[in-house]
Design a protein around this ligand. Structure first.
Ligand code: MN
Length: 439
């Protein structure tokens, strides 16, 4: 299946010079969406498209009358303060908008003068969560994360027998999802300190991050209907970065028998930019299973899913401690991996979620689960990187971390690159831990 078209041509250049800089996250081949306004302004939030170091304001672009037909309708929907209306329009409309934007932003476009007046510098922007997220579901699609964490909770039985058959997940909390820049208080909760027999209410002492991707549902499905795997990706609007902050001590005491609850409900941070599935087309890779593992049940299998159902998205995690900030240092890298190692694909997650007849709605969000790769330096959470807190990490400035400390900022980054395709990026997803409230 050829998913590529003229918008993916690596030779394309924009009339905006900053979009043509090598290693730019937002070249003309990317065109991700966010909602934004100018910082400290009384403006409304509205949709925008990243290009170079600027944002194309979709409200201004709609008013400029540059676009026609289905693309114009999509740009108009994207001018609202949340992207749900655009998400609900469906794949054909998103694709028409991408084509029109690509043609209007490339070198020599007649729309240049009109659209130049619709640009806002990213440096002046404030972002919001891009959709009204009705429901949030967090999956568990890295078998390496499942095995590494399972060893700590159940040394004799790390990977439960359903893992290779079911894309495991739990229904999460949408109200505390924030956009990059989110600051949140260290959670308070009930924990059972080691060596004790009765729990206490304390500030979390084992605060962790989880490197994940967020998958935004575009068009939904009717209650009672299932989405066939061959149609599943048509329902997906795009992908962002997601940090599923986790209180491991609260989790350890509460998680049996019903799974994560308060350990995950106090904050989740996502990147402002949603990279569309169409933009990711050059970075599709085959999905395969080790020969000794069970193959997916037929409803979770398709020729297209096997051929190119996985995505090679490069991922990196950094921590910037208060001492680094004070010294003017960048964050220290603690993990580098790729989404290609996931055990289940986006299509399998969406199909499995609806197999019961569960209805998805535009703007619903899936978390991929912590995306640890096969080796320890590819682990996407401190619980793995420090082996449950036993082996502290030494950061590049000599500081050590076992768990996150107050004032720490965690920054997730994602990008795709390979020969013969334009490099595209996700920008950053940053969040900062504040001290717990007093109890
Ligand atoms: Mn998670």
């Amino acid at each position: 299946m050829n998913r590529l078209n003229e918008t993916h041509d690596p030779q394309l250049k924009s009339w905006l010079a900053s979009a043509n800089v090598p290693a730019c996250d937002f070249p003309i081949q990317n065109l991700p969406l966010a909602v934004f306004k100018r910082q400290k302004s009384a403006e409304d939030f509205r949709g925008g498209v990243a290009i170079g170091d600027q944002i194309l304001d979709l409200r201004a672009a709609a008013a400029a009358g540059v676009f026609t037909g289905e693309a114009a309708a999509a740009v108009q929907a994207g001018a609202q303060d949340k992207l749900n209306a655009l998400m609900a329009m469906g794949h054909a409309a998103w694709s028409a908008m991408r084509m029109a934007l690509s043609r209007a932003l490339r070198e020599g476009a007649s729309a240049q003068a009109a659209l130049q007046a619709c640009l806002v510098p990213q440096a002046e922007a404030q972002y919001d969560v891009p959709a009204r997220i009705g429901d949030y579901t967090d999956f568990f699609t890295s078998i390496y994360h499942a095995t590494n964490t399972g060893k700590q909770f159940r040394p004799d039985n790390p990977l439960l027998p359903n893992y290779k058959w079911v894309p495991i997940g739990y229904h999460g909390r949408a109200s505390s999802i924030g956009v990059s820049g989110q600051q949140f208080r260290r959670p308070v909760g009930q924990t059972l300190p080691p060596g004790t027999t009765a729990p206490t209410l304390t500030a979390c002492k084992r605060l962790d991050l989880e490197l994940e991707l967020g998958i935004f549902v575009g068009t939904g499905n009717e209650l009672g209907e299932a989405v066939d795997i061959t149609q599943a990706e048509e329902h997906v609007f795009g992908i962002c970065l997601l940090n599923d902050w986790s209180a491991r001590d609260i989790q350890g005491w509460e998680y049996q028998p019903l799974g994560p609850f308060l350990a995950k409900n106090f904050a989740t941070t996502i990147s402002p930019w949603i990279v569309t599935m169409e933009a990711l087309a050059p970075y599709r890779v085959p999905f395969s299973r080790p020969a000794d593992d069970p193959q997916p049940l037929p409803y979770l299998d398709s020729a297209a899913n096997r051929q190119d159902g996985a995505l090679d998205i490069q991922l990196q995690v950094g921590i910037q401690t208060p001492a680094m900030r004070a010294a003017g240092l960048q964050d220290a890298s603690i993990c580098r991996t790729s989404y290609r190692h996931a055990y289940w694909t986006v299509a399998q997650m969406l199909t499995h979620h609806t197999v019961t007849g569960c209805n998805l709605q535009p703007g619903d969000l899936f978390g991929s689960g912590t995306l640890s790769g096969p080796t320890l330096d590819q682990a996407g959470a401190l619980i793995e990187l420090t082996t449950g807190g036993k082996n502290p990490l030494t950061l590049s400035n000599g500081e050590q971390r076992t768990w996150l400390e107050d004032g720490d900022t965690v920054i997730l980054r994602g990008w795709c690159e390979k020969a013969g395709a334009a490099r595209i990026g996700f920008g950053e997803c940053a969040g900062t831990v504040l001290p717990a409230r007093s109890i």
